[in-house]
Design a protein around this ligand. Structure first.
Ligand SMILES: [Fe+2]
Length: 272
C-alpha cells in the first residue's frame, strides 16, 4: 500500500485512466487529458481500476502496478499534480478465490477493500460463497455500481442483505447525474436515502461519453440528500485508500435504524 502524507480534496476510488489496458483511454495523450480534467475538477488522487476477469480484459496485479508506476512518472514529467494508485475492478468469476491466492488480484491501493463488479443482468449463484471466502481472507468487498444491476433494481432487498452483511456499495457519479437514465438515477438516490451507499466514484473511461462528474455529483447530492451524507461519502473514499475502517449505517425501515460498526480483523468474517 502506498502511503502518503497528504491527499487531495477529492479521492476517486474507481476510474479507468491507464492507457491501453481496457475500455478506458486508448493512448497516453488521452490518459493525460483525463488526468488534467481530473485535477481541474478537484480530484488529486485516483485509484486506477482496470477491468479484470471479464474475458476480454485480463489485467493481473503486476501488470497494473507497472503501468501505474509508468503513468505516475509521466504525470511528474508533465507537472500534473495527480497521484495514481493501483487497483482493479474485478469481475466476479468462479476462479476469483484461486486468483486471490495466486496474487493476481489487486485490492484498492493494496488495502482490505476489493472492488467487485457483478454482471449487469444480476447476481451469480456463487456470489454468497465468494463473499464468504473473501471475508475469510480479511477483505471487505466494495460492490461496484449496484444501481446498474438489473436484479438489485427489481429486488432491492437482495442488495440490502449484502449491505447488512458488511459489503460496501459504490455508486457511480454518472448514475447520480442521470446519464444512465431516470430510472437508474431514481434508484441511486433511493439507495442513498436508505443508507445503503458508502462511496461515490467516477468510473470514468474518457472525457466524452464516460466523464468524471464526481464534483458535480457531490453538488447534486448535497441538494438531494444533504451535506452530512455527502461528507460521509468523501470521508469513506479517503478511508478506502488509507485502509481505515468504514462504519456502515443501516436503516432497516423508516422507524427503526441502528448503527453497525465493523471491526473486520476481529469480527468481520463472523458476520457473513
Ligand atoms: Fe469501472
Amino acid at each position: 500500500m502506498l502511503m502518503m502524507k497528504e491527499y487531495g480534496p477529492l479521492v476517486d476510488t474507481h476510474c479507468h485512466i491507464l492507457p491501453n489496458l481496457d475500455d478506458g483511454p486508448s493512448c497516453l495523450e488521452d490518459s493525460v487529458s483525463m488526468a488534467r480534467a481530473a485535477v481541474g475538477s478537484g480530484i488529486h488522487t485516483i485509484v486506477a481500476t482496470p477491468h479484470h476477469g471479464i474475458g476480454k480484459y485480463e489485467n493481473i496485479s503486476d501488470f497494473i502496478i507497472k503501468n501505474v508506476i509508468c503513468f505516475n512518472k509521466e504525470l511528474v514529467v508533465r507537472k500534473i499534480p495527480l497521484l495514481i494508485l493501483a487497483g482493479q475492478e474485478v469481475r466476479v468469476h468462479s476462479q476469483l478465490v484461486e486468483e486471490l491466492y495466486a496474487g493476481k488480484i489487486l485490492t484498492l491501493n493494496g488495502t482490505r477493500f476489493i472492488l467487485l463488479e457483478l454482471p449487469s443482468y444480476g447476481v451469480p449463484s456463487y456470489f454468497d460463497e465468494l463473499l464468504h471466502e473473501v471475508s475469510i481472507l480479511g477483505l471487505r468487498p466494495v460492490i461496484a455500481h449496484p444501481e446498474r444491476n438489473a436484479q438489485f433494481l427489481n429486488k432491492p432487498m437482495v442488495l440490502q442483505r449484502y449491505v447488512e452483511q458488511g459489503a460496501l456499495c459504490q455508486i457511480t457519479a454518472q448514475s447520480v447525474m442521470g446519464l444512465f437514465g431516470a430510472k437508474i438515477q431514481r434508484f441511486t438516490i433511493n439507495l442513498c436515502h436508505n443508507n445503503w451507499v458508502h462511496v461515490v466514484a467516477s468510473d470514468a473511461h474518457n472525457l466524452k461519453s464516460r466523464p468524471f462528474l464526481l464534483e458535480q455529483s457531490y453538488e447534486y447530492l448535497n441538494k438531494r440528500i444533504g451535506k452530512e451524507q455527502v461528507q460521509y461519502f468523501k470521508d469513506n473514499a479517503l478511508k478506502i485508500v488509507r485502509d481505515e475502517e468504514i462504519d456502515s449505517v443501516i436503516h432497516m425501515n423508516k422507524k427503526k435504524s441502528w448503527f453497525v460498526r465493523w471491526t473486520y480483523r476481529n469480527s468481520y468474517h463472523k458476520n457473513w
